[in-house]
Design a binder for this molecule. Structure first.
Ligand code: SAH
Length: 340
């Protein structure tokens, strides 16, 4: 029989394994504590589990490991990790230290299907989904490498998290588990390009997580030029899904808006954006475009940013401007891809 990666299972699923063997379910809790708290990945070193049960576990499970292949540290402290996956592929994760916070930006897929016209993650196409163990494995590898706790998780690395829904939700369950990695749900953000079926599924599941939407234009024509997802799920459909999400979860929705010089930075664009975001309680993050050799877009100048946000201000829309982090090591938003 092919062995399964034990870190693909939530605590509930491990509880099922216990039940099926007629051993008390609290052993699932102990398994979680060994792996995620004590970082022990060897059944022989888990003495509080019955010997017979441990023997059984060895016949069905193995422990995978995500390895740091390369680490680059930016002058601003941001660190980019190239993570080796068991099958030889790789993804990137980024650690962003900020006062007391240590936020990890994790990947959910190898490559990306969505091919947004400003993001390098989709340039080499889509390879495959990451497993739950490969998603949480990025976290374990970073904590092991740095010796420090990660406090926040953002699903803003390579891939579209909501397009890998089941594995995403399992990884979230393990991140949030109080016997697991113990990250509070308020400290987890799922970022989406506006994949409406995924937002709807998330609304049904209602895990209490925050979402962030990569909007980049409130004008359907322009948005479709940038993001092919908009051809199927336009800004109207997107807003409808977001309103339902809000009704259920009652968390403000974050909108991300990459400001690209001369494309979506006019007064008209700012007016359209102001009107759009008012459709739902929100936060707005303006991200000056991070240049890449692969695209011709240009970063906005300081005065362009100023003029744009003045329109927002005059219309009573609150916003923050995201400081680029790790640009010198290509670790900033939209600069991540997988290369080995
Ligand atoms: N697929 C998800 C998760 C990736 S998040 C999503 O689209 O939200 C990556 C974030 O970086 C997104 O907000 C994306 O729009 C943004 N981004 C991509 N390319 C960028 C660039 N060149 N400059 C600034 N931000 C960029």
């Amino acid at each position: 029989m092919k062995l399964r990666d034990i870190k693909d299972l939530t605590r509930e699923e491990l509880g099922e394994v216990c039940r099926s063997r007629g051993v008390p379910v609290f052993h699932a809790q102990q398994l979680f504590e060994w792996m995620y708290r004590k970082k022990v990945f060897d059944f022989s070193l888990m003495p509080n589990l019955p010997v017979k049960f441990r023997e059984y576990l060895k016949t069905i499970f193995y422990f995978s490991e995500i390895k740091v292949l390369k680490k680059e540290v930016s002058t601003d402290g941001t660190a980019k990790f190239l993570m080796g996956l068991p099958d030889g592929l790789a993804v990137e994760s980024v650690l962003i230290p900020e006062r007391k916070r240590r936020t990890l930006c994790v990947s959910t897929q190898v490559g990306c299907k969505f091919g947004c016209k400003f993001c390098v993650s989709g340039l080499n196409g889509f390879k495959r989904n990451l497993t739950p163990a490969e998603i949480t494995g990025q976290f374990l590898a970073v904590e092991k490498d740095t010796g420090e706790k990660v406090t926040n998780i953002v699903f803003m690395g390579v891939g579209e998290p909501l397009d890998n829904f089941e594995n995403l939700m399992k990884s979230v369950a393990i991140f949030m588990d109080n016997r697991g990695l113990e990250i509070g749900k308020r400290k987890i953000v799922i970022s989406t390009c506006g994949f409406v079926p995924g937002i709807e599924r998330l609304t049904e599941t209602a895990p209490g997580l925050r979402i962030s939407v990569s909007l980049h234009s409130a004008d359907d024509k322009k948005r479709s030029k940038l993001m092919s997802v908009n051809k199927k799920y336009d800004t109207g459909k997107l807003m409808k899904a977001l309103k339902k999400f809000y009704e259920k979860e009652k968390f403000a929705i974050t909108f991300e808006y990459i400001l690209m010089s001369g494309f979506n930075s006019s007064e008209r664009d700012a007016v359209a954006l102001s009107m759009y975001v008012k459709g739902v309680p929100h936060k707005l993050n303006i991200i000056p475009y991070n240049p890449s050799e692969h695209f011709d877009w240009k970063a906005p100048s300081g005065s362009e940013i100023g003029a744009f946000v003045n329109v927002l201000k005059s219309r009573g829309v609150f916003y923050t401007i995201r400081k680029p982090r790790g640009r010198d090591i290509s670790a900033a938003c939209g600069q991540l891809k997988a290369k080995v």
